[in-house]
Design a protein around this ligand. Structure first.
Ligand SMILES: Nc1ncnc2c1ncn2[C@@H]1O[C@H](COP(=O)(O)OP(=O)(O)OP(=O)(O)O)[C@@H](O)[C@H]1O
Ligand SMILES: [Mg+2]
Length: 280
């Protein structure tokens, strides 16, 4: 699984974005990373597959230290890591199916890629995924004709086409409305659990993190200041992560059955039914 040891990043500007961060994810859990803007969340996620080069430290993925790999080896490891971004990163003028199959590009020979011919097994896997994420029938729709929620479903499917050993997700819901955000988070977490794939998810919305994560990490000024379960996120913890504020409306109450619910009183059951009835 994933082991991060003493990971530091100093940008050329002198900003210390990560200060000796250590973190282990040894079960297939969904870990959300919360923290104020500039805390280093994106830097942390991007250092893991070296989209950003760490300054020092080690990142082990199933025992391999990613930080010291040469280009060819790094490319192999990157294929085992699925990335999902806020801005979706789809190829606008390509269809949904073409975007999904491009998730497999690493595996397909140059000529096949060039002529856009893909192995049958990949096409079958892509149809199955589209069905699973609620986009059956959309395979020939161009990416630029989709809504935000639909685009993120494509983004998630494309990352899963790689059959990754790890998912890195940076603000998957930042440009989506609250309801679509919940649907996307739920889908992401369900898929990660179904496939036994650990996921690291940066997210600003504390309520969403508490609703869907197995574990929450609080990052502030490049350091981990909290690591625990959603139930352990108290007003005190949020103050440690974000600073002094009235957190009473942000935090989710946890009842004696261990079920989290918001203070705003929306019944969890109704919420779930609503969301199942709609596809964003
Ligand atoms: N390319 C860069 N060059 C210099 N400094 C950078 C660069 N990228 C990020 N930083 C700085 O590093 C720190 C951490 O940035 P990072 O983007 O990781 O934060 P974040 O927690 O993801 O914030 P946000 O919630 O706004 O996305 C910030 O101080 C930021 O200004
Ligand atoms: Mg960020």
């Amino acid at each position: 699984m994933l082991e991060i040891e003493d990971l530091s990043k100093v940008y050329p500007t002198g900003t210390e974005a990560l200060k000796k961060v250590s973190l282990t994810v040894d079960t297939p859990q969904v870990v959300t990373i919360i923290g104020p803007s500039g805390a280093g969340k994106s830097t942390l996620i991007r250092c893991i597959n070296r989209l950003i080069e760490p300054t020092s430290g080690r990142v082990f993925l199933d025992g391999t230290n990613v930080v010291i790999l040469g280009r060819r080896e790094l490319r192999k490891v990157r294929r085992r890591i699925g990335m999902i971004f806020q801005e979706f990163n789809l190829v606008e003028r390509l269809t949904v199916m073409e975007n999904l199959l491009s998730g497999r590009l690493g595996y397909v020979g140059f000529w096949r890629t060039y002529r856009r011919k893909f192995p049958r097994a990949d096409v079958v896997a892509a149809f199955r995924l589209l069905d699973r994420v609620g986009l059956a029938g959309y395979q020939n729709t161009r990416a630029d004709a989709l809504s935000g929620g639909q685009r993120q479903r494509v983004g998630i499917s494309r990352a899963l086409m790689q059959q990754p050993d790890l998912l890195l997700v940076d603000e998957p819901t930042a440009s989506l409305d609250p309801k679509t955000s919940r649907q996307i988070m739920r889908l992401l977490v369900e898929l990660a659990h179904e496939r036994g794939t650990p996921a690291l998810v940066n997210i600003h919305d504390v309520g969403l993190a508490q609703s869907f994560a197995d574990r929450i990490i609080g990052l502030a000024e490049g350091k981990i200041v909290f690591d625990g379960t959603p139930r352990q996120v108290t007003a005190q913890v949020l103050t440690r992560i974000y600073g002094e504020e009235d957190w009473s409306t942000t935090i989710r109450k946890v009842d004696e059955n261990g079920e989290a619910d918001t203070k705003k009183g929306s019944s969890k059951r109704k919420d779930t039914l609503d969301e199942e009835a709609a596809t964003g």
